[in-house]
Design a protein around this ligand. Structure first.
Ligand SMILES: Nc1nc2c(ncn2[C@@H]2O[C@H](COP(=O)(O)O[C@H]3[C@@H](O)[C@H](n4cnc5c(=O)[nH]c(N)nc54)O[C@@H]3COP(=O)(O)O)[C@@H](O)[C@H]2O)c(=O)[nH]1
Length: 537
């Protein structure tokens, strides 16, 4: 869509464009605001997970140190002495509640607490026990008829059991929603849910964890916005462990938590949307203005040609007409004084003159065939001074010429320059008639009129008007008649509005007249009716 098409569209659909842009602007503000809010909440959740992982990091540190010490100091067969030594190892530990050794089959038979953990303990397969680093486990056990989960960390054959409160208190305080443990090397990426916030629906825990981050010394975050559930999910690994933590924040809760901000955002979106809509609407209104619609109004179907009769005073016969344009703008009709300044400003003079001439000559060609008029019938056409170029006019008018029509090109005194004389001479040699319009209002003198050698001099209507009062200007009419006759031109008096004026002008030697007395500019159909009456008279 080029810019003119766009301005035209905007002008025609200003209210729709206003609404749409207002809505778009409001949506954009909302989108940006909500994106900002999501980013802010994401940052908060990441902070929580950093806190949680710091807590778990302390556990990991204690575990690592304890396992290192166990590896160094305790081997061999399980005995009460070994168990006692293991117990003493646990005295200053915060998070570890038991420690032990695995037997050759990977069974946990020797524990510091000596309580035994029963036959229900299904130990993980040996391939998951790394000799060189910790392996974190969490699996269900039943001891003394009670079922619970065992948080266990192993390194080779050495094992520590963690306090079960780690999930429930330590991480809960850090406000994470779920803790996962990925301990199966053979099925990496298939983590086990260790702990979930009691308020969290189980089916929500569907975010993948990333096995490549297991035991990584860095905390890696991943964030996803689940559009289907309208939920922000933030996950991360707990460094140096097989744990992963996740937070789930539904959009509804996020908005609820920030309702003041959301209210402010809505108000801002409304205000900016309204403002954008208003600005676009105003701009559209501007494009609805005449200046922006002119080119459309110069299309042939919008151009109206009116015909004003030119009468031979001696016989009363209509021997010709002047073509005057109007523009149809919806239900209204625009007059030349309103549109011509804009047309010139937008350099559309040629578009207007060519549209009017083409339409008028086509209309007259078919219309005049039906009436009895003196032939060739003289058709006076107005052209802006810049358009009076012989070649250009020839190109336009030649295809429209007919034997029964004489085209009379009106030249104003104001448009006279050296080129004009040459162009007018060429036009005359091609058979066009030439009139000097509004004669007496400009600066032409006998010399210029001689050079131009027009067929008609049109006395401006101000002279005719002044005849009533015998004003000075009217006294110049005989001078104008003398000039016309000196250059062999005929006179047409413009603006004749009553019989007295017509009679006086005839008495002064004026041959032709035009004005409301003979007929106002009128549409073709009315003009043809007038011609019929005039022919019959
Ligand atoms: N380049 C082009 N110029 C054009 C074209 N069509 C018109 N025009 C120019 O606009 C001027 C104003 O035209 P308009 O408003 O149509 O006025 C003409 C007549 O309506 C008016 N007139 C005619 N008789 C009388 C009358 O008895 N009393 C009275 N008060 N007014 C009358 O005069 C205008 C015709 O004047 P002129 O052209 O000097 O013969 C008009 O002057 C054109 O220059 C166009 O297609 N192209």
């Amino acid at each position: 869509m080029n810019s003119r098409t766009f301005t035209r569209w905007l002008g025609r659909h200003a209210p729709l464009a206003g609404w749409l842009s207002g809505l778009l602007a409001a949506l954009l503000v909302l989108l940006l605001g909500i994106t900002g809010l999501v980013e802010y909440e994401k940052g908060l959740l990441q902070q929580r997970q950093q806190l949680a992982s710091r807590h778990l990091g302390e556990v990991a540190q204690e575990t690592e140190a304890t396992l290192a010490s166990l590896r160094l100091r305790y081997r061999g067969v399980c005995s009460p002495e070994l168990q006692a030594a293991l117990r003493s190892e646990l005295l200053d530990k915060h998070y570890i509640r038991d420690a032990g050794l695995l037997d050759d089959e990977g069974r946990l038979g020797c524990l510091a607490s000596a309580a035994g953990i029963g036959e229900a303990l299904a130990l993980p397969p040996s391939d998951i026990r790394f000799a060189d680093r910790q392996s974190w486990f969490n699996f269900p056990v039943s001891a003394g008829g009670r079922r619970s989960a065992l948080n266990m960390v192993s390194s080779g054959r050495h094992v520590v059991l963690l306090d079960s409160s780690i999930g429930d208190t330590l991480l809960q305080r850090a406000q994470v929603d779920a803790i996962w443990l990925d301990f199966k090397t053979t099925q990496a990426g298939n983590p086990q849910l260790v702990w979930a916030h009691p308020g969290l629906a189980q089916q929500r825990l569907d975010m993948p964890v990333y096995p490549e981050y297991r035991y990584s010394s860095e905390q890696h975050f991943w964030v996803r916005f689940d559009a289907a559930k309208a939920e922000l999910i933030v996950g991360s690994n707990v460094p140096r462990t097989g744990y992963f933590i996740q937070n789930y924040l539904p959009l509804a809760r996020m908005l609820q938590q920030n309702r003041l901000l959301v209210a402010a955002l809505l108000a801002l979106a409304g205000a900016l949307g309204g403002l954008a809509g208003l600005l676009v609407w105003l701009r559209g209104q501007r494009y609805r203005g005449l200046a922006y619609r002119l080119e459309d109004l110069l299309q042939p179907e919008q151009v109206l040609c009116l015909y004003q009769p030119i009468v031979e005073l001696a016989s009363g016969r209509i021997t010709g007409c002047e073509v005057l344009m109007r523009l149809r703008d919806g239900d209204s009709i625009l007059f030349p004084d309103k549109v011509i300044p804009l047309i010139l400003e937008q350099q559309l003079g040629w578009a207007l003159d060519s549209a009017v001439s083409r339409k008028a000559l086509q209309e007259l060609a078919s219309g005049l065939a039906l009436v009895d008029v003196p032939r060739p019938f003289k058709v006076a056409l107005n052209f802006f001074p810049d358009n009076i170029r012989a070649e250009r006019l020839q190109g336009l008018l030649q295809p429209l010429r007919r034997d029964d029509l004489a085209i009379n090109v009106e030249v104003t005194e104001y448009g006279m320059n050296a080129d004009l004389f040459t162009d007018v001479a060429r036009l005359r040699s091609e058979g066009y008639l030439i009139s000097v319009d509004d004669f007496g209002t400009g600066y032409s003198n006998l010399g210029t009129v001689k050079r131009l050698a027009p067929d008609f001099l049109k006395i401006d209507r101000s002279f005719v008007h002044d005849m009533e009062d015998d004003a000075l200007r009217a006294s110049l009419i005989p001078e104008i008649v003398a000039i016309a006759h000196a250059v062999d031109a005929a006179i047409i008096a413009e603006g004749v509005e009553n019989r007295q004026q017509a009679d006086k002008l005839a008495a002064l030697g004026v041959e032709y007249a035009q004005g409301y007395w003979f007929g106002k500019p009128m549409p073709l159909a009315d003009f043809l009716t007038l011609l019929r009456k005039n022919g019959a008279a």
